[in-house]
Design a protein around this ligand. Sequence first.
Ligand code: PLP
Length: 322
Amino acid sequence: MELFLFIYLLMPTTSDLIAHTDLLTGVQALEKKIGHTPLHHITRLFQKKNVQIYAKKEWMQLSGSVKARAAYNIIRKAIEQGDLSRQRTLLDATSGNTGIAYAHIASLLNIPVALCLPENASKERKEILQSLGVRLILTSRFEGTDGAQQVARALAEDDPETYFYADQYKNENNWKAHYHTTAPEIFGELPGITHFVAGLGTTGTFIGTGRRLRELKPSVQLISLQPDFALHGLEGWKHLETAIVPEIYDPAVADANYEVSTEEAHDMIKAAYRLEGLRLSPSSAANLAGAIKIAEQLEEGTLVTVLPDNADKYSEITQKLI
Ligand SMILES: Cc1ncc(COP(=O)(O)O)c(C=O)c1O
């Protein structure tokens, strides 16, 4: 009798099931707002016979950055598996685009969000996140994003009932988002692609897009980009030699790795605005600078890169340049 009562108490109630179905319908309806971004053909910054560069304008989707893809897939899979509900808080460590993407998507679904971020994150970032209803957990400025990750992990371990720890650096649904959306979008428009070029942050964009492109077209060259040293100004990028390497990173995916300096990215912010009318963030400009470096060495080819976000959130840097 006691066992029956125990099993009965564990069974979801009708209202739990209705709430889950409602959340599933809500998250599925958001799919059309994620991805489907346009390609920009670079025609003035770079010109060479038989060599073309295309850049995917990733800010043209919900929340204004490439991270909408990973955040959406992480949230959707967690809801589908019953790990995330309106009674559980989405928790991660991020002050950047992933946090903004979680906040946008979760606020449309009425899911609470808590983010751990270093206390010295910009006032602009904190205000954006708070205006979207995020609970901010400020961590030591001396320990950066690695310290914020440790605090998030400890919170989730202490209270697993309250929190769903998304852990974008470890979560397979990060790179899978790009495997299932970014790569097929690129290949669908440009089946003649010869090179894919992208910078490494959590590494989800490069690993997921690269893996799928390689299956669709085995001859494609996959080229990852990194900052030239540890103290760089390319927000969103990691210098893997000196940082904690994300668990989703797979060094076997890249055919080659190139470095891009912060100065090269700043020069590209100016040039891309003047010649292509693109207002780029530092990491978008760095991707374009990397793609041009590679294109200059080729006799023929079709290169594709991504522009993770535009200049909107980087006024301290870009107002001096454009
Ligand atoms: C501005 C910006 N650029 C590049 C990246 C790198 O993308 P990924 O994390 O998929 O490697 C990020 C990731 O947060 C980003 O915010």
